[in-house]
Design a protein around this ligand. Sequence first.
Ligand SMILES: [Cu+2]
Length: 186
Amino acid sequence: MANPCARFVCLIVILCSAVPSLATVYTVGDAGGWALGVDYSTWTSGKTFSVGDSLDFRYASGHTVDEVSSSDYGTCTVGNSISTDSSGATTIPLKTAGTHYFICGVMGHCGNGMKIAVTVAGGATTSPSGSTAPPSGVTTSPATPTGTTKTPPSSTVTGSSSAGTLSPFMAVVVTWVVVMFKLVLS
Ligand SMILES: [Cu+2]
């Protein structure tokens, strides 16, 4: 069991099992579930929802879960719902950032508080389900043969014959000035 390869596989399994736990499944209303008499604004306050999390609506018969627009949420309008379910256990994956609105489609229930608005932050932790395919175009060609054209550095050699004859004398002069300057400073 001390095989390092087995340890590595074990580490990978632990990491892979830990990553999905980052996505949280929220039971709407906790113990109260999706029902009349639960204050869902209180339930959502203090919670931070991220992309990849899910809402789990648990409810008895006689209720529905309707995802609606913001305006329909405000007016408790049922007819234009984006999605609806009445199975008693509705899991809504929060796939996009922004505010998602859910109401109960039964007459009068939304107006009596069965409405919930969930603001989803744009989470950087996407689920590892392989939805993000890498771009296929590999455009980095490492060998650029045209970039090695050397500019000849011998452009300042020719054409200064007089300076060439003067330079030993000037070197002596400069050296003498520098020596004298050091002597003055010391
Ligand atoms: Cu209801």
